[in-house]
Design a protein around this ligand. Structure first.
Ligand SMILES: [Zn+2]
Length: 276
């Protein structure tokens, strides 16, 4: 799956949860921004194990430069401490794409190390750290990476969620490249739009005062909406109906550009409102 697909689907999933953080009486826009920024980075981190240079290399080179040696160090540790024998692991941990960095254990280690490094550097520069901000940073990194695994689980290559301890493969029927020349799977686009639509509906309901962003049930409501969409994503990702999902690549790209334009106009509008 392309980096831009990971970023857009992950952002679409996490954005609704920042609505109460931005608009409630005790709003914390800085925490919301930290969560969104770290989620974007997290959504790109697992592909640092790719042979080709991923989006992370171009957009967040400093993180990529930390992740490549960190990946090698984790792989080296597994062989140096002979963890396969000691822990009776099912798989050898080697340097490979969709290996240890595409597993829950790799996601946890990399999120923890990056958060720790940021906290140490922050301590040196600011002579102290904001523990809540660091908490949001960790939450964003781990959620972004976890969602990356969920998104890769919708593709034909899938993800082994128990790697290297065992086998629990989750896979869908989505080809990340073009399955047929000149055709493109429309599902990733539909997932982006559905999540964007959910955020828009929640924002409209908030502006109409139909939902209370200060209420304790708000996160439960948002979780239910996002979980429902993800349930539909998994169901549709499993189906194999080429007539329905594989569409003319040009038309899909036109639709993608149209949605991007709406998103950009919305950004400009938000910035103008902030400036008022
Ligand atoms: Zn991946």
């Amino acid at each position: 799956m392309l980096g831009k697909d990971h970023v857009s689907i992950t952002l679409g999933t996490v954005f609704p949860f920042t609505i109460p953080l931005i608009f409630s009486e005790n709003s914390h826009p800085v925490y919301a921004f930290c969560l969104l920024a770290s989620t974007v980075i997290g959504s790109l981190i697992p592909d640092a194990d790719s042979d080709e240079k991923p989006k992370l290399h171009y957009d967040f080179k400093i993180i990529y430069d930390i992740m490549v040696p960190l990946h090698k160090l984790i792989v080296f540790s597994f062989s140096f401490f002979n963890l396969k024998e000691k822990m009776n692991l099912q798989y050898v941990v080697e340097e490979q794409h969709r290996g240890i960095m595409h597993s829950p254990i790799g996601v946890f280690i990399s999120s923890f190390v990056l958060t720790l490094l940021t906290a140490i550097i922050g301590c040196f520069i600011f002579h102290g750290i904001n523990a809540t901000l660091i908490g949001f940073l960790f939450l964003g990194l781990i959620s972004g990476q976890f969602l990356h695994l969920l998104e890769d689980s919708c593709t034909i290559s899938g993800i082994n969620w128990l790697f290297p301890f065992g086998t629990c493969e989750l896979k869908g029927s989505i080809y990340t490249g073009n399955k047929i020349e000149g055709k493109k799977d429309i599902r990733l686009f539909l997932y982006r739009v559905s999540l964007l639509f959910a955020s828009a509906i929640l924002l409209i309901l908030y502006s109409l005062e139909a939902i209370d962003v200060n209420g304790s049930g708000i996160y439960l409501l948002i979780f239910a909406v996002v979980a429902l969409i993800w349930g539909l994503i998994f169901l549709t990702a499993k189906t194999d109906n080429d007539n329905l999902w594989i569409q003319d690549a040009k038309k899909v790209r036109e639709l993608e550009r149209a949605v991007d334009r709406v998103g950009k106009q919305d950004d400009v509008r938000k910035r103008r409102n902030i400036g008022k």
